[in-house]
Design a protein around this ligand. Structure first.
Ligand code: NAD
Length: 295
């Protein structure tokens, strides 16, 4: 059945996600601060409006897909925001990647105003958003997820219910922290193997079936001509930006401080991403980290 879906944040992810919801027969009413994002969404059949309030009035479900915690707090809890403007029967889902503390604040604010809420960050990137194969990591109540499921299924390849408030963000942040560390390990291994005179193709294949294996090794091996999906083959254009990995590691480090957890490897990778930023490479794929090993 067709639903009225309010959507705030029509950027790199929100754009293709809303296009898929329109294609699935839903009515999507969208808002973004960026005129370019609004124009692109309108081309995809989104009904574009001029405020958060207009996007969420009368909606069955509202999604936010915003850069960071501060934006989500303002759009959901702020004056003229989602909770102030929607009917309390509206289901509210934040799919932005944000810090766990803010995610819990959003859950508490929603509950206090009588709204059902989920934290529902995603992985799979812009290509997964376009293909409708994102992995959703959900924090919140079972019954609320069941209500959101028919809409999320349009966008998702897999849906994991991770636990209570903030659990979706906790899972997302922890996973991406491990990605950052295994990517750095793969960069160091790739350069060392090459300098030791090994054939990179042979080494990558043997490591992929040995104890040095990781998703980063299999998908992003940072030597040209070894793995087709690696951004090194395209001068690190596109892919998963160093800026986004840096953001996600920052969220993990914040969670590490809050829980008293020693995350010294994550810190080391975050420090390297600062250097990447200083080189002006933040917009490049994060496997550009290999350049700091292979100077
Ligand atoms: P983006 O910057 O392309 O899009 C965010 C949009 O939010 C922008 O269009 C911006 O104008 C809009 N916005 C900001 N403040 C607003 C406000 N107050 N009201 C209305 N609109 C506002 O970012 P993205 O790549 O689409 O990522 C969105 C979220 O998804 C981030 O939290 C990111 O970490 C996460 N994420 C991104 C990827 C990816 O590969 N791009 C993958 C997984 C998760």
């Amino acid at each position: 059945t067709s639903m009225d879906i309010g959507w705030i944040g029509l950027g790199n992810m929100g754009g293709p996600m809303t296009a898929n919801l329109v294609a699935a027969g839903h009515r999507v009413i969208g808002f973004d601060l960026s005129e370019a994002a609004k124009a692109a969404a309108a081309d995809n059949g989104v009904v574009v409006v001029d405020s958060v309030a207009a996007a969420v009035a009368g909606a069955d479900i509202v999604f936010t897909m915003l850069p960071a915690g501060g934006h989500a707090r303002q759009v959901i809890l702020g004056e003229g925001g989602v909770l102030a403007s929607a009917a309390s029967t509206t289901l509210v889902v934040d799919s932005s990647t944000i810090d766990i503390a803010t995610a819990r604040e959003l859950h508490a604010g929603a509950a206090a105003a009588g709204f059902a809420f989920l934290d529902a960050p995603v992985s799979g990137g812009v290509s997964g958003a376009a293909a409708g194969t994102l992995t959703f990591m959900i924090g919140g109540e079972d019954a609320v997820l069941d209500r959101a499921r028919p809409v999320i299924e349009v966008l998702a390849g897999r849906i994991f219910h991770c636990g209570g408030p903030g659990s979706g963000q906790a899972a997302k942040i922890t996973n991406n922290m491990m990605l950052g560390i295994t990517l750095q390990a793969t960069c160091e291994g790739a350069v060392l193997a090459e300098r030791l005179g090994l054939d990179s193709k042979v080494f990558q294949q043997l490591a992929a079936v040995s104890s040095g294996d990781s998703w980063a090794l299999r998908t992003w091996y940072p030597v040209e001509g070894v793995v087709e999906t690696a951004a090194v083959n395209r001068d690190f254009e596109g892919g998963f930006s160093a800026a986004l990995l840096r953001k996600d590691l920052g969220l993990a480090l914040q969670a590490g401080e809050e829980t008293g957890t020693d995350l010294s490897f994550a810190q080391a990778v975050a420090d390297r991403l600062e250097t990447i930023d200083a080189h002006g490479w933040s917009g490049k794929d994060c496997s550009v980290l290999v350049k700091l090993v292979d100077r």
